[in-house]
Design a protein around this ligand. Structure first.
Ligand SMILES: *Cc1c(COP(=O)(O)O)cnc(C)c1O
Length: 905
């Protein structure tokens, strides 16, 4: 291994595993043909053997069989065995073999490559692995595995193989590197230290396990495992006072506690039941049953049961395309076992509760109109007209429109600009604290209700969610938080990203609040700050909230369809709010306001299924998505040809240094260790989600939109977002190594074409290219900040804060006589900018890209915004018709209002 510390080595462990086996096979084949040696095979095997101990296949027995063959000098048998292992690992066919009951039992029952060996894929039961952490000597492990295998019955819905380890360190390593492990059985009395010393694992362990060395109890290990992978079921076995152990508060992390191994069958059944609890999809299961029943329908949904489709002369192809099940599963009924999404009491309720468990929330609400609707629901449920909401101006339009609808007043805070790439980052905590303190100083903190932020941002900036919430709660202990995690619902399943999610941080704060040390920490800080701390002091101190006053109220929305296996528009609202009872009826009103009365059954089912998948394989899928992203980052930035014209931006380019307090530069910078990354994740104000890759294409002469359509039309690669000189690539739970290969090949081809043009076009071509890249990369317009609301919409707003009544402005524009249009380039605009009266926008103007409102209703337009609009070379600008010009509110309509608004102050 080249640089064991590099984190891509860690994330790639799963994919690297089959590569290493193939390398070992090559070594063995060389040995067979006389070109290699036994030593080379042994070396190669030595590198994988530690990792192999954390996997059920090939397992201890087959590995020792292999070593026997090597020791006996039998090159042929060695190569044959390795070839079988290697193929089985690559194709995962060993999981089929578990069905024959002897996968690791004898070398004669080795997996075949052909799936036809198996009765048929569909008949196969889902396969997983169970980690046994035992103090029994290694010589007993094979027998122990066999005991577990003997418990298998045909009635079992799932099948598993045990993975046995003998120390806490090995247990943790196994849980980290083997995503197929879904349950852990920990016995008491297991030693702490591993007998291995694999360098990569050692560094990770030292980061994670420092605390455990001192207290190596089974419950402590259970707690650490659960924190690492909340998806694991953990069973603790003890031969001492089981009742005492069970009453230890630390036992909460264990699924069940058993008295010693004499209950092997009970353990086996408990493990299967634990998986069943995650496998179950109450809504989807019921929908499948529903689809099988003969049902006559007289409700208003002709398509249900498919008769109007399949009997039609003209639309039969739709039925053929989608298949019968789609129509059998269509229904507008909410009875007959189908629940109502608007007021669920049956299997939708159950499915939502299971999602709450999986996502670490108290409540989950399924939403079938996308997070656009989820956000509007939350904003409406929590904010009344006139309430103030601190909100990122650069957030998704659903937040702005939500505030228009309910009359909440946005107090816009600005994300830091990334001018060179024409995009925004995220909102610095200093700006948020400043807004809070301004409101406090003007005596209007009571009107502030919500802090509404996007996490992660489109381009991958993740907040230090815990720090943001704690510091805000120190100033306003009942502030509510809405984290729009449209893109990052998947982050829950990565221990690296989870602490930076709304729910991940809420869980950490919750346990901090329960820790008696928290009050002491608060009081110590109060003492240090003194009775009347200056603003300066409050701004520069990492504030600790008063745990006795804090009301922890956190909401998260996610577009399940954007990062998990849900059908488009499938979204969830996650709630962790100690005062949810006080807003519950409002919340239901918000659902009634925004949810369709005809929610799509397939969408609801897909939300149910997406949850099942993440609970059973989310950990491995997300690890793979991160590994794919790191691979793309590494290849693009180091490939001799690609890196001449393209670049994936690192944390150092997307996050200003001041927000990377740990000194973190980027994931793959030489010398960056595992420890650096963990430190950055814990400490830095912003962290870059590695799966979101900003690929700069400006140096290749393409603007973002151009490059996006090139990729789509010629190469079948779809990307999401673009900026002036970049496109955003995103790796997902569905990406494979072939996707990486395809992307790399395409980039090489595009680079080849550029160089070809240079070769044929000569100096002229080069000059043109240079001018174009300069324009794309350097002549970039400054991003305009929010200016202010016109006084007419400021009501009783304070002097130092910029909130305003956007709703009144929005609806004023409904009266055409209140509005005027002025062409963007007319001298009239310049004159008014200089001498007044103010230019006041009558509506939202949202250019794509960048996709945030340059103008909002009631906003006074300044040179910045006009200048930006004039330079903008994008075609799609919502809210602006170039033929007519800017839509403005007539000054005379504002005059009276200003006076009224001032008088009201
Ligand atoms: C996509 C997105 C939304 C809207 O979600 P839909 O599911 O498309 O309705 C909201 N917020 C952010 C940050 C988004 O990226």
């Amino acid at each position: 291994m080249a640089a064991p510390d590099r984190i891509d080595n860690f994330f790639a462990m799963q994919s690297a595993r089959s590569d290493r086996w193939r390398d070992t096979l090559t070594a063995a084949q060389k040995w067979v043909s006389g070109n290699g040696s036994r030593a080379a095979v042994e070396d190669s095997l030595g590198e994988i053997s530690t990792l192999e101990e954390f996997h059920a296949y090939p397992g201890v027995r087959l590995m020792s069989r292999l070593r026997e063959k090597i020791a006996a000098g039998d090159a042929g048998a060695t190569a044959e065995l390795i070839s079988r292992f290697s193929n089985a690992i690559l194709t995962k066919s060993y999981s089929h073999q578990a069905e024959t009951d002897q996968a690791s039992e004898s070398a004669d029952a080795l997996p075949e490559l052909l799936p036809s060996v198996i009765a048929g894929r569909d008949a196969r039961r889902p396969y997983f692995e169970v980690l046994l952490v035992t103090p029994q000597p290694a010589s007993r492990w094979a027998a122990l595995s066999a005991e577990f295998r003997r418990l298998r019955r045909v009635e079992d819905s799932f099948i598993y193989e045990p993975v046995i380890v003998g120390s806490f360190e090995d247990a943790l390593c196994a849980a980290i590197v083997n995503p197929q492990i879904l349950a852990v059985i920990v016995a008491e009395g297991v030693p702490f230290r591993s007998s291995h010393d694999a360098p990569v694992l050692r560094r990770i362990l030292d980061q994670t396990m420092g605390a455990l060395a001192a207290d190596a109890s089974a419950l402590r290990l259970a707690g650490i495992l659960k924190n690492l992978r909340p998806d694991l079921d953990i069973y603790v076995t003890t031969d001492r006072a089981v009742e005492k152990l069970a009453s230890d508060p630390a036992a909460a992390c264990a699924t069940r506690i058993f008295y010693a191994v004499e209950e092997l069958l009970e353990l086996h059944l408990a493990v299967l039941e634990g998986i069943q609890k995650r496998f179950e999809t109450p809504f989807f299961d019921n929908l499948k049953r529903y689809a099988q029943r003969p049902i006559g329908t007289f409700h208003a949904l002709p398509i249900a049961r498919g008769k109007s489709v399949f009997q039609s002369e003209w639309i039969r192809d739709m039925g053929e395309f989608y298949g019968i099940n789609l129509f059998l599963a269509e229904s507008s009924a909410t009875t007959g076992g189908l629940d109502s999404l608007l007021e669920p009491t049956g299997n939708i309720k159950k499915a939502q509760d299971m999602a709450a468990r999986a996502f670490g929330a108290d409540h989950v609400f399924f939403v079938t109109n996308g997070t656009s609707t989820s956000n509007k629901m939350v904003v409406q449920a929590l904010v009344a007209p006139g309430d103030i909401v601190i909100v990122d101006r650069n957030c998704h339009k659903s937040h702005h429109y939500g505030l228009v609808l309910n009359g909440g007043q946005p107090l816009y805070v600005e994300a830091f600009p990334l001018t060179q790439y024409s995009m925004y980052g995220a909102v610095p905590l200093q700006s948020i604290k400043k807004a809070l303190l301004d409101l406090r100083d003007e005596g209007r903190l009571d009107r502030l209700r919500l802090l509404d932020l996007t996490n992660c941002t489109f381009d991958g900036h993740m907040y230090n969610t815990r720090r943001v919430m704690e510091e805000c709660l120190a100033i306003k202990p009942d502030l509510i938080f809405l984290w729009d995690e449209a893109w990052s619902g998947f982050a829950r399943w990565s221990p690296f990203l989870r602490p930076r999610t709304g729910m991940g941080a809420a869980a950490a704060i919750e346990s901090w609040l329960q820790d008696p040390a928290s009050v002491a920490a608060y009081e110590k800080q109060q003492k240090d700050l003194g009775p009347k701390p200056s603003r300066e002091k409050l701004m520069t101190t990492r504030l600790v909230p008063d745990p006795r006053k804090v009301r922890l109220r956190v909401y998260q929305t996610n577009s399940t369809h954007k990062s998990m296996s849900a059908i488009r528009q499938g979204s969830m609202v996650l709630v962790k709010d100690v005062d949810f009872g006080s807003v519950e009826s409002q919340f239901h009103e918000a659902i009634f306001t925004h949810a369709s009365t005809s929610p799509n059954q397939q969408l609801i089912a897909s939300l149910d299924v997406a949850r099942r998948q993440m609970e059973l394989e989310g950990y491995g899928l997300v690890m793979n998505a991160i590994s794919v992203a790191l691979k793309i980052r590494a290849i693009v930035n180091s490939h001799p040809v690609i890196s001449k014209y393209f670049k994936v931006l690192g944390a150092d380019e997307l996050i200003p240094e001041a927000f990377r307090q740990s000194g973190f530069v980027d994931y793959l910078v030489p010398g960056t260790t595992w420890g650096d990354i963990v430190k950055a994740m814990r400490e830095d104000e912003f962290y870059l989600d590695p799966t979101r890759m900003t690929l700069v294409c400006g140096n290749a002469g393409f603007d973002g939109t151009q490059f996006k359509s090139l990729l789509a039309s010629r190469f079948n690669i779809q990307v999401n977002k673009t900026s002036r000189n970049s496109v955003l690539l995103q790796s997902n739970i569905n990406n494979t190594r072939s996707d990486i290969a395809h992307l790399v090949r395409v980039l090489v081809e595009i680079c080849g074409e550029i160089e070809e043009r240079f070769a044929t076009g000569g100096e002229g071509e080069r000059k043109g290219f240079a001018a174009r890249t300069k324009s794309l990369m350097h002549d970039v317009p400054d991003l305009p900040n929010f200016s202010r609301f016109h006084d007419a919409f400021r009501g009783n707003a304070g002097k130092h804060t910029n909130e305003g009544d956007m709703r009144t402005a929005f609806f004023m524009a409904y009266d055409e006589s209140s509005c005027e249009y002025i062409p963007l380039n007319s001298p009239e605009i310049n004159k008014r900018l200089e001498k007044g009266p103010d230019l006041v926008s009558a509506n939202f103007v949202i250019p794509y890209p960048p996709g945030f409102p340059i103008m909002v209703p009631g906003q006074v337009l300044t040179q910045d915004a006009i200048g930006f609009m004039r330079k903008l070379d994008v075609k799609e600008i919502h809210g602006y018709e170039s033929a007519k010009g800017l839509k403005l509110i007539r000054p005379e309509k504002l005059r009276g209002k200003s006076a009224a608004s001032r008088a009201a102050q």
